[in-house]
Design a protein around this ligand. Structure first.
Ligand SMILES: NC(=O)C1=CN([C@@H]2O[C@H](COP(=O)(O)OP(=O)(O)OC[C@H]3O[C@@H](n4cnc5c(N)ncnc54)[C@H](O)[C@@H]3O)[C@@H](O)[C@H]2O)C=CC1
Ligand SMILES: O=C(CO)COP(=O)(O)O
Length: 332
């Protein structure tokens, strides 16, 4: 593994929970950090060591420089972390483009698939910023845990292994351990699809279907992830790792997960408006279409999309899943 690179200037795009936590992690890894938030009040709060809207009750070290000016955020940066929601990536990058220093890596930290096009986020970066190498950071990591300095492990993937190792070394610190990978697509897919399965697992809990059903849902969801991964050319081992199995374990069982709690509300029949960001919602419908396009069987993903679209109830989805034709377990 590469040694720690010299001090760097990291730009973080996004003043939400994850942007704040990653900015703090970069600061603790010894780097100079400038965070861009579109909201001036949020930027000022983060500079003061708090983010009451997205990380309530957590106070953290000051030292993160903040700005509402993208040009200022990107000036002199030698690495950019992109941490706004997946569905806003294309518009954010459009604004970033004129100010983006060429050649420096852009690390995607959002988890999702573009709803309108089915594009993986890395391909949007390549399309809009062809002169910047893309990397993906993913894995089981609640922002609140990272912001509190609790031990966490993630994976950073880039096509260029040396870049992945360099970034992993750059962001690793006492309580954040970054593994490296050259499987960008596998790491992206694991992060994007686990959100859909977290909604499914939450719905099982909300509808009080039992712990056995929850375990079955997560396990069979993992099969769908492996099938889609194979169709997209992901390495199977990647999906067994932090950004696949690891993040499924975390978000399909914890009420700290917004996708899981969204599913719980769905299963209880509670109102869904005004809830915190749940990336699995837009990703479910497009992942259903991608699965169909690739001839991949994905009944749980399609069921989540159909429930979210109001086409079927949670009860009807369970009935449909339980009465599918029987098959050999290892059919991928
Ligand atoms: N919160 C967490 O524990 C983790 C989140 N992630 C991923 O990170 C991404 C961001 O999530 P969070 O920070 O948690 O969300 P959040 O809801 O806490 O914050 C989102 C931030 O993005 C900003 N934003 C939204 N649209 C924007 C736009 N068009 N232009 C500029 N800023 C915009 C919002 O103002 C807000 O500051 C998501 O894809 C999520 O899946 C990944 C790992 C952990
Ligand atoms: O991705 C996450 C943890 O790895 C955060 O999950 P939620 O977006 O469901 O809160």
């Amino acid at each position: 593994m590469n040694g720690k690179p010299a001090i760097s200037r990291t730009a973080v795009l996004g003043g939400g929970a994850w942007g704040t936590a990653l900015a703090l992690a970069a600061l603790h890894a010894g780097h100079s950090v400038r965070l861009w938030a579109r909201d001036a009040e949020m930027a000022a709060a983060i500079a003061r060591g708090e983010n009451p809207r997205y990380l309530p009750g957590i106070s953290f070290d000051t030292g993160i420089e903040t700005t509402t000016d993208l040009r200022e955020a990107l000036a002199d940066a030698d690495c950019v972390l992109s941490v706004t929601p997946a569905q806003s990536l294309r518009s954010v990058l459009g604004t970033v483009k004129p100010h983006m220093p060429p050649g420096i890596p852009l690390v995607l930290c959002a988890k999702g698939i573009e709803r309108e096009t089915g594009a993986l986020l890395s391909s949007i970066v390549t399309e809009i910023l062809p002169d910047n190498p893309v990397a993906v950071l993913s894995g089981p990591s609640f922002a609140a845990d990272v912001a509190r300095g609790l031990p966490t492990a993630v994976v950073v993937a880039a096509e260029d292994d040396a870049l992945a190792m360099d970034l992993a070394a750059r962001f690793s610190a006492r309580n954040l351990r970054c593994y490296s990978s050259d499987d960008v697509i596998g790491v992206e897919l694991g992060g994007a699809l686990k959100n859909v399965f977290a909604i499914a697992a939450g719905a099982v809990v909300g509808a009080q279907l039992g712990a056995s059903a929850q375990a079955a849902m997560v396990t069979r969801g993992f099969v769908e992830l492996r099938r889609l991964g194979a169709a997209f050319g992901a390495q199977p081992e990647t999906l067994m790792g932090l950004s696949g199995l690891g993040d499924l374990m975390l978000t399909c069982s914890s009420t700290q997960s917004r996708n899981f709690t969204y599913g719980v509300a769905l299963g209880r029949g509670e109102p869904l408006e005004g809830r915190p960001l749940a990336e699995g919602v837009p990703t479910a419908s497009i992942a259903t279409q991608l699965a169909a396009r690739h001839g991949v069987e994905a009944p749980i993903i399609s069921a989540v999309a159909a429930i979210l679209a109001g086409a079927i109830t949670v009860g009807e989805a369970v009935e449909a899943l339980m009465t599918r034709p029987l098959k050999h377990e290892n059919t991928i």
